[in-house]
Design a protein around this ligand. Structure first.
Ligand code: NAP
Length: 403
């Protein structure tokens, strides 16, 4: 059967816009579907109208974040809606773009794509699948997510492929009258990859050199890596945070729990001063990479048996909350200095007349005392003192009551 009219879900995306071009160049009618064109495949807004008279759907819509559950929910709803609305409109088939390696995925976005394939295959309409390697265009995106002066790019092995090439192959598959209506059980799903084996980092270094961006390619891509495939900003950030945890973990662990926590706090501060972007990511969801897990293991091991487990966990949380907050405040000050061009002292001087006027009202006596009599200490000394106090408070809680 020759197909005249296609609807493309995700028509404005990296891949989708090429799918639209290829279909149009080959003389097909195309209905572009994305929220930007007024069609929402999740809420169903505009979907029935868009699918009127459509014979086949190409699904290249995507969810923007890495968290497996949220991405799976997106694909569950999109698969259900495309089948349901498609069947009502008399659509004959769906073709979708997936990712090479989904069958081995256990975490993150790629694991959600595996569910996406299964959900689409279990619906009433026949479904054709093309699995693609990472897109060339995605390398530029990784550089756009750069934090600070250096772009951190994982040394993940890949065979980059251009979106245009994937689009041509996907349209070939969707329009091939001889292709099986659905992948037969046990038969391999078609794949497309570029010709060259390389790493994401190598490709990024080439592009980075053109854009004048320094690329760090040290991110772990060994057997214990977090993701076998990077699809989203969060996945890249998880790898970056894990990389810095290798700097936080000391080579030798002191025997004393206080020293373990003190060293962790100071090394986290020093690492954040070297990699300022870390301040924005500290204290978020825990990173599950091998280095971050080793830091957590070393911390918990140092406190093991000093108190019941819940007390130990609260102790670690309390100290982490302190150093995370203190580091973020210090980095916020450094950024403010850079943004305004005023050091803290210059800023205080510039604010002096206003502060003096407010204090002269007599409404802020405690503040006036702090302003006039308080001692200025540098950030490192303030950090160390606060940390000692928090450790003292935690020590009091760790003491086991007499049996
Ligand atoms: N990136 C890669 O390297 C790679 C490699 C292999 C396979 N793939 C797969 O190829 C497909 C396309 O990826 P991509 O990188 O081109 O994605 P993308 O650039 O993020 O584009 C996503 C598209 O989905 C649309 N969309 C999102 N939510 C929608 C909604 N509720 N209703 C309708 N449309 C919606 C977006 O448009 P609006 O925001 O306007 O709605 C956009 O057009 C995905 O399935 C991906 O898993 C990607």
């Amino acid at each position: 059967m020759s197909i005249d009219r296609f609807a493309v879900a995700g028509a404005t995306g990296r891949l989708g816009r090429h799918v639209v071009d290829v279909l149009t160049e080959r003389g097909h009618q195309v209905v572009p579907m994305s929220r930007a064109t007024g069609v929402d495949i999740i809420t169903g807004d505009g979907l029935a109208e868009a699918l009127t008279g459509v014979e086949a759907i190409i699904d290249v819509a995507s969810w923007h974040a890495s968290e497996k559950e949220a991405a799976t929910e997106f694909f569950r709803t999109s698969a259900r809606n495309l089948h349901e609305y498609g069947q009502k409109a008399g659509v004959a088939q769906i073709a979708m773009a997936s990712i090479i390696g989904v069958d081995k995925a256990i975490a993150g976005f790629v694991a959600a794509k595996k569910v996406h394939e299964e959900l689409l295959l279990s619906g009433p309409l026949p479904v054709r699948i093309l699995r693609a390697a990472q897109f060339h265009e995605f390398v530029g995106q990784l550089l756009d997510w750069q934090q600070g002066d250096v772009a951190y790019i994982p040394a993940l092995p890949t065979q980059l492929v251009a979106c245009r090439t994937v689009a041509e192959e996907l349209v070939d598959l969707a329009t091939d009258p001889g292709a099986p209506a659905q992948p037969a059980p046990g038969t391999p799903i078609p794949e497309i990859a570029g010709p060259r084996k390389e790493t994401m980092a190598e490709a990024a270094q080439l592009l980075g050199a053109r854009r004048g961006i320094k690329v760090a390619a040290r991110l772990d891509a060994g057997p214990m890596r977090l993701y076998g495939y990077i699809s989203t900003k969060e996945e890249l950030f998880d790898l970056m945070v894990d990389e810095v945890h290798a700097e936080i973990l000391p080579e030798e662990q002191p025997g004393d729990w206080r020293e373990v926590l003190r060293i962790r706090a100071h090394r986290t501060r020093q690492a954040t001063l070297r990699h300022e972007w870390l301040a924005d990511l500290l204290g978020g969801r825990p990173t599950l990479g091998p280095n971050a897990l080793a830091v957590t293991e070393a911390t918990l091991a140092a406190l093991d048996d000093l108190a019941d487990l819940d007390t130990v966990l609260r102790a670690v949380e309390t100290v982490s909350a302190y150093f995370t907050g203190a580091i973020r405040r210090e980095i916020a000050n450094l950024r403010a200095e850079r943004a305004t061009g005023l050091s803290k002292r210059d800023w205080q001087r510039a604010s002096g007349p206003h502060v003096r006027r407010m204090l002269a009202t007599g409404r802020f006596p405690a503040l006036a005392k702090a302003v006039h009599d308080g001692t200025e200490v540098d950030a490192e000394a303030s950090f160390a003192t606060g940390l000692d106090w928090v450790l003292d408070a935690v020590a009091a809680k760790l003491a086991r009551p007499p049996a």
